[in-house]
Design a protein. Structure first.
Lengths: 487, 205
């Protein structure tokens, strides 16, 4: 016979819920009849649903709650909310709109990619025209080259190249076609940045540090407007199209010159003329002619420009002056003088097998008498270029491959390894073909912040190759290192 | 409550189509369930009416997301339990106050005389006190299983816990329930051991 101990609470619970099978149910029932304790427990378990039960609100309360609830719901449903159900699931236009937007995005991306892929991939870069209109201020790494924009969009077909390899933002522009810039294009340099715009006629505008230049369209012309900073202009004067720089509501107009314009954000500024002369003019005001060696200064947007001697003490002016000294003179649109003979290099094994190409070209051009008063612009072929052109194919290929390897090493961060190769190369090739090696060695030391060694290499470069390909950079570096040492 | 789940589903469908009168019907259909769940979780509370409205409004708001992948009652209970737990978190109160009023009306009428009626009333009060001492999560699991008849998987869906956690809660809720019953000497000494070994076995099922 089943005793009360043999029936567990669980079993009793199952019994009460009718979950036990027939035989077991009968035994539990028998035990339940026999035991008062089991009966008490069963009563407790039966009381469980009642214990959870609570009196519901009466109908009036329910109605009141319903009214309040529906009022709240209507208020909420009338208000646009992201949590609202979509009552328009069967409407076609939201889907169509979504498809349209998606298609537009896809087409836009496809066009963008196509345009990107159609250009020279080496010119693309993450800093390409972030505002989409050729306006940018960048900090660049040495191995980047990028374009400002496309002629169809910005009018700038220039290629920007990094001229130094330090990783600063010394950048330069080459082959910018004059007059192709569009209004509202903007160029800017950051701290320690220098941006050079070189026009087809070799005229140059150099933006020094922290300078911003915006191109404004005015009377069917595009005039560069100096927002802040300093720009150095080195232009050949052309009566039909004088270079005009607008700054602080003034216009600085070249009359055949090299000059520097500087303007502060307050509107104060000055012009320094190194060579030739400029006209500083304000609309409806008398113009001020500033000749070489003089300057003009103004104190605000509204103030007139006053003549003033140059402030040679200012570092920026000193620096640009030094920079100018290292640059070739401005181009005059006269043919270059005929070279007397190929330059003799100090490189004994180099035998010019044939005349350099430039000589042939020059001979084909009509001879004109160079104006003795004007310095003719002709950058002679440097020894490096000349030497390389005249090397035997095998040797030239080997050197080209060597330089490619070294530049790759430098670009990949193996500067020490590259430097060892360069030193070795310089020992074996003390002649003109080592020009690039000398420069790269100097740059490598510079990158490694081994400034004394860098200075030594730069100096030797300047002595050995005074008309070398990288002479501007070398002189700039020497100046920079000198300033650094002075600081 | 509608006669069948199908009726409720049709009301829900009408609500989802934006039929405003259906919301009224839906509320009438589910109000008792909401009330019961809230009482089971929170016990009698002066703010129960507000909570019923809050839970109902939450159900209305979320109807658009109901895809019919589970039973409507399971989905709805989950929302109500969430509302109850949010309220508990906000108020941080335990144990549930035991409401002594209205018990006479709550009891199923008995023909066995006033003495038996009083005993039953006393037992219910004791059970209520014990339930009030259970942790809310254990209590709701216990309630959903023992009273509403949901299996652990469904309870897991309602409470947002895992099936294992639900089984564990059920085990400890039962154990605690019977222990407290013994402590209150509601059961004879001879029955003290009953149930516990059995429960352990059940938990591991």
């Amino acid at each position: 016979m089943m005793t009360k101990q043999t029936v567990t609470s669980k079993e009793l619970h199952r019994f009460l819920r009718g979950e036990l099978s027939g035989e077991r149910e009968a035994s539990v029932r028998k035990a339940l009849e026999a035991s008062d304790a089991l009966q008490a427990e069963s009563r407790l378990l039966k009381a469980l649903p009642d214990a959870f039960r609570a009196a519901e609100p009466d109908e009036a309360d329910w109605l009141r709650m319903e009214r309040n609830l529906l009022r709240a719901w209507r208020t909420e449903a009338d208000r646009p909310s992201e949590n609202m159900r979509s009552f328009a699931s069967d409407r076609w236009w939201p889907k169509l709109a979504a498809v349209g937007v998606a298609a537009f995005v896809i087409v836009f991306i496809a066009v963008f990619l196509l345009r990107s892929s159609s250009s020279d991939p080496s010119l693309t870069s993450p800093v390409h025209s972030p505002k989409g209109k050729g306006s940018f201020a960048v900090t660049v790494s040495p191995d980047w080259a990028f374009d400002v924009g496309r002629p169809s969009k910005t009018g700038l077909s220039a290629r920007l190249e990094i001229l130094n390899e330090q990783g600063g933002n010394y950048i330069g522009v080459r082959s910018l076609k004059r007059g192709r810039v569009q209004g509202e294009d903007e160029l800017a340099t950051l701290e320690d940045g220098i941006l050079r715009i070189r026009f087809d006629d070799r005229a140059e505008i150099t933006l020094l540090e922290n300078t911003a230049l915006r191109f404004h369209e005015y009377e069917n012309r595009v005039i560069p407007y100096l927002l802040r900073g300093s720009i150095a202009c080195d232009v050949s004067h052309d009566e039909t199209r004088p270079l005009v720089i607008a700054a602080a509501r003034l216009r600085v107009k070249d009359t055949g010159t090299r000059f520097l314009v500087r303007v502060e954000e307050t509107g104060a500024g000055r012009v320094e003329v190194t060579e030739g002369s400029v006209l500083v003019e304000r609309p409806a005001k008398q113009e001020l002619s500033v000749k070489a060696g003089n300057g003009a200064v103004w104190k605000s947007f509204k103030a007139d420009a006053e003549a003033e001697p140059p402030h040679g003490a200012e570092r920026a002016f000193q620096r640009i002056e030094r920079l100018f000294k290292t640059l070739p003179p401005p181009i005059r649109e006269t043919p270059p003088p005929l070279p007397k003979a190929p330059q003799k290099t100090e490189d004994p094994p180099m035998e010019p097998a044939e005349e350099p190409e430039i000589v042939t070209e020059s001979l084909q051009e009509p001879e004109t008498e160079p104006d003795p008063g004007i310095v003719s612009y002709h950058r002679e072929r440097t020894s490096w270029q000349w030497t390389m052109q005249n090397l035997p194919d095998l040797q030239r290929d080997a050197i080209v491959k060597f330089y490619a390897l070294v530049e790759k090493q430098m670009g990949s961060g193996y500067t020490l390894r590259a430097l060892a190769n360069l030193e070795n190369f310089l020992e074996q090739h003390p002649g003109a073909e080592g020009e690039k090696a000398r420069f790269l060695a100097a740059e490598s030391h510079y990158n490694l912040q081994e400034y004394p060694q860098a200075v030594e290499h730069y100096r030797r470069y300047a002595e050995d190759f005074p008309k070398g390909t990288w002479i501007e950079m070398v002189l700039f570096r020497l100046q920079e290192l000198r300033e650094r040492r002075l600081r | 409550m509608p006669d069948s789940e199908t009726d409720l589903d049709s009301i829900v469908l009408r609500c989802q189509k934006g039929e405003q009168t259906a919301y009224s019907e839906l509320f009438r259909a589910i109000r008792s369930d909401i009330h019961r769940i809230l009482i089971a979780t929170l016990g009698p509370d002066s703010e129960i009416e507000d909570l019923i409205q809050t839970a109902s409004l939450e159900i209305f708001r979320s109807l658009g997301r109901f895809k019919g992948e589970s039973r409507f009652s399971t989905w709805m209970y989950r929302l109500v339990v969430n509302v109850a737990f949010q309220y508990l978190r906000k108020n941080r109160r335990r144990p549930i106050p035991v409401d002594l009023g209205d018990l006479n009306t709550e009891l199923v009428s008995s023909d066995e005389g006033p003495e038996r009626h009083a005993t039953e009333k006393e037992q219910i009060m004791q059970v209520r006190e014990i339930l009030a001492e259970l942790a809310p999560k254990k209590r709701i699991a216990f309630y959903l299983h023992e009273i509403e008849g949901f299996n652990p998987e469904e309870i897991a869906r309602i409470t947002g816990a895992s099936k294992f956690t639900v089984k564990s809660r059920l085990f400890y809720a039962r154990k605690e329930f019977f222990r407290k019953i013994r402590q209150r000497s509601l059961l004879e000494e001879s029955r003290n051991v009953s149930g516990e070994d059995d429960d352990e076995t059940d938990r591991n099922q």
